[in-house]
Design a protein. Structure first.
Length: 531
C-alpha cells in the first residue's frame, strides 16, 4: 500500500475519524481527518518546484510551517513523519523518526465557510470584511523582511514574467492559446520597458518584501474581526520575494476571477489607508495580469496530469482559457487611462471593431448613433428624420459623446467610442466637451468601395440596425472624408477592415503596446488640441 492510500484510511490517525476526506491539488494531497488536516507533497520535479526527494519534501514541510505561522500562527502545528504499518494503514510519528517514509504538515482544520472565496460564493462577503483583509495585508507587508535591491530591479521583474510565460507556452497545446499568450508577452515587455523607473524606485524604497506569494481568496480566512491567511508559497523563495503590489494583486485578480470585482477597489483602498503602498492602478493591473497567467499555467499543468477525455480535464482546460481571457482584461487596465476612438465612414467595419474591443477590454462602448437618437428622443432602431443629421445636430451629438466619454474615463479610466468623426468640426466638438487628460488613439477604419457598398446593402435589410446610413450615404461620406491631419501621428492608426476582426484587434493592441513601451506613464499624449 502506498502512502496516499494509507493516509486515506481512518485507522491511520490517533483520533480515529469516521471518515477521511481527500483533496488533491496539482502539487499535493490534503487529508481531512477529524479536527486535523495533513498535507502530503507529491514527489514532483517541475520547472517551478522540486519535491523530488524525501529530504527535499521534509525541508519544504518545515518551510511551510515556518512561513505560514506569520499569518496563521495557531493553525500550523508542525511536521509529522508517516510510517507505513502492515498492508492497510499508516502511523503518524515524530519528524525525526527513522522509520518515516514521507512527511506531512499537520494543521488545525479550519472552517472553509470562513474563507473569502466561500463567503463571496454565498453572497455573504461584506465591505467591512474585505476592509479588514486589506488592513491585515498592509500590516503583514510592513513587518515582512525587506529584500535587498541588487542590480537592475526591472530585470528581475522581466525575468519572472518571462519565466512564467515560457512555462505557460510549454503547456499550451492549441494554436489560439499560444497566439494570445504571445500577445500578452508583447504587452508585458512593453509595460516593463515603459515603467522601468517605477520598478527601480519601488525596489530602492524597500517595497520588495518576503511576502505570501499565493494570496488566493480561498486562502484568506475572516472570522469575526480576525484575519488569517494560509498556504504561503514555500517551495521557491523567489516566488514570495516580490513587490508588495504583486502580492496584493494576486488577491485582486482572484476576486475578479470569482465574480467579486466590486470588492477589488475597497481591498486596495483599505491597504492604502493602513499605510501600504501598492502603486497606481496600472501597476496593480500589470501584476494581476501576471497572476492570471500563473494560474492559467497551473491549470494546464493539472490538465497534463488528468486522464484524456475526462470531464475534469475539460473543466481545467476551459478554466485555463478563461484565465487567459482575464489576463487580457487586466492587460487592458494596465494601459489606462485610455480612449480608443474607432472612426470611419458607415459600413467601414468600425462598429464591429469597436464592439470587439469593448468585449475584450471590459470598457464601456459609446456610439454616436445611439447618442444622436437619445438626444432626439428616438428609439435606437427607429428610423430618424434627415434633419437630425444637420451640422448643428452633429455638433450636439459629438459634444454629448465627449461629455459621456469624459464621465467614463473619470469612473473607469477608459472607454471605447464608435463614431464616424468624418468632419474636423465634429472632432473639435468632441475634444472640447471631453476636456479630460487621457491617452487617446484614433483607429481609422477603411475598406474598398465595393466592400462598403456590399456591407451597407446587407445592413439595410437588418431589422436590428441602429445606423440609418444606406449605400448612397456610405459612398458619399467616403468621398467627402476630412483627413485627421490634426491628430498626432503616434495617436492615429489606419486599418483595412476587409479581413478577420481578430487580426485587426491585434494590430490595435500592438500599437498600444508600442506606445506603452515608449511613453512615460505620467504623460497623456494623443488627444488632439482644439482652439
Amino acid at each position: 500500500m502506498n502512502v496516499v492510500d494509507a493516509l486515506a484510511r481512518p485507522e491511520s490517525y490517533p483520533c480515529r475519524p469516521a471518515a477521511v476526506q481527500v483533496r488533491e491539488t496539482h502539487i499535493s494531497w490534503v487529508f481531512l481527518a477529524g479536527e486535523r488536516a495533513y498535507k502530503l507533497k507529491k514527489p514532483l520535479v517541475l520547472d517551478f518546484l522540486d519535491y523530488g526527494t524525501l529530504a527535499r519534501r521534509r525541508q519544504m514541510c518545515r518551510e511551510e510551517v515556518r512561513l505560514n505561522r506569520r499569518l496563521a500562527t495557531n493553525l500550523y502545528l508542525g511536521v509529522r513523519g508517516v510510517r507505513l504499518v502492515g498492508q492497510h494503514a499508516a502511523e503518524l510519528v515524530a519528524e525525526d523518526d527513522p522509520r518515516a517514509v514521507d512527511f506531512v504538515v499537520e494543521m488545525r482544520r479550519y472552517n472553509e465557510h470562513d474563507t473569502v472565496a466561500a463567503r463571496l460564493e454565498r453572497g455573504e462577503l461584506g465591505l467591512g470584511q474585505i476592509t479588514a483583509v486589506g488592513a491585515a495585508l498592509a500590516r503583514f507587508h510592513a513587518r515582512a523582511g525587506r529584500v535587498q535591491a541588487t542590480g537592475a530591479p526591472v530585470l528581475a521583474v522581466e525575468r519572472r514574467f518571462e519565466r512564467n510565460l515560457h512555462e505557460l507556452l510549454a503547456c499550451a497545446t492549441q494554436r489560439g492559446e499560444v497566439g494570445r499568450v504571445q500577445a500578452l508577452e508583447r504587452f508585458a515587455h512593453a509595460f516593463i520597458a515603459g515603467h522601468a523607473d517605477t520598478f527601480g524606485e519601488r525596489a530602492y524604497r524597500g517595497l520588495i518584501r518576503e511576502g505570501h506569494g499565493d494570496l488566493r481568496a480561498e486562502h484568506v480566512l475572516v472570522t469575526g474581526d480576525r484575519v488569517e491567511v494560509v498556504d504561503c508559497v514555500e517551495f521557491d523563495r523567489s516566488l514570495r520575494e516580490l513587490d508588495v503590489s504583486d502580492d496584493l494583486a494576486f488577491l485582486v485578480f482572484d476576486l475578479a476571477a470569482l465574480g467579486g470585482e466590486r470588492f477589488c477597489d475597497r481591498l486596495v483602498d483599505a491597504y492604502r489607508e493602513s499605510g501600504g503602498d501598492p502603486g497606481d492602478e496600472s501597476l496593480i493591473a500589470f501584476y494581476a495580469t501576471h497572476r492570471a497567467l500563473v494560474r492559467a499555467k497551473v491549470a494546464l499543468v493539472r490538465v497534463g496530469q488528468l486522464p484524456p477525455g475526462s470531464s475534469e480535464l475539460s473543466r481545467e482546460s476551459a478554466r485555463a482559457r478563461d484565465l487567459v481571457v482575464l489576463a487580457e482584461r487586466f492587460a487592458w487596465r494596465a494601459r489606462l487611462p485610455l480612449v480608443v476612438i474607432v472612426c470611419g465612414v458607415p459600413a467601414s467595419g468600425k462598429s464591429h471593431l469597436a464592439h470587439a474591443l469593448a468585449e475584450l477590454s471590459g470598457l464601456s462602448y459609446l456610439s454616436s448613433d445611439l447618442a444622436r437618437k437619445r438626444l432626439a428622443g428616438i428609439e435606437p432602431r427607429q428610423a430618424a428624420p434627415a434633419d437630425i443629421y444637420s451640422a448643428e445636430w452633429n455638433r450636439r451629438t459629438y459634444a454629448e459623446l465627449g461629455r459621456t466619454a469624459a464621465r467614463e474615463v473619470s469612473r473607469r479610466r477608459g472607454v471605447i467610442v464608435d463614431a464616424t468623426f468624418r468632419r474636423l468640426a465634429d472632432r473639435e466638438a468632441f475634444v472640447a466637451a471631453f476636456g479630460a487628460p487621457a491617452t487617446a488613439l484614433f483607429v481609422e477604419c477603411r475598406a474598398p468601395r465595393a466592400v462598403l457598398a456590399q456591407r451597407a446593402s446587407i445592413r439595410t435589410r437588418d431589422p436590428g440596425r441602429v445606423s440609418d446610413a444606406d449605400v448612397s450615404v456610405a459612398l458619399r461620406e467616403a468621398r467627402s472624408w476630412e483627413p485627421l491631419d490634426e491628430v498626432p501621428a503616434e495617436a492615429h492608426l489606419t486599418l483595412r477592415t476587409d479581413r478577420p476582426v481578430e487580426r485587426i484587434v491585434d494590430d490595435v493592441m500592438a500599437l498600444l503596446d508600442g506606445r506603452l513601451r515608449e511613453l512615460a506613464p505620467s504623460t497623456h499624449p494623443g488627444m488632439p488640441s482644439h482652439q
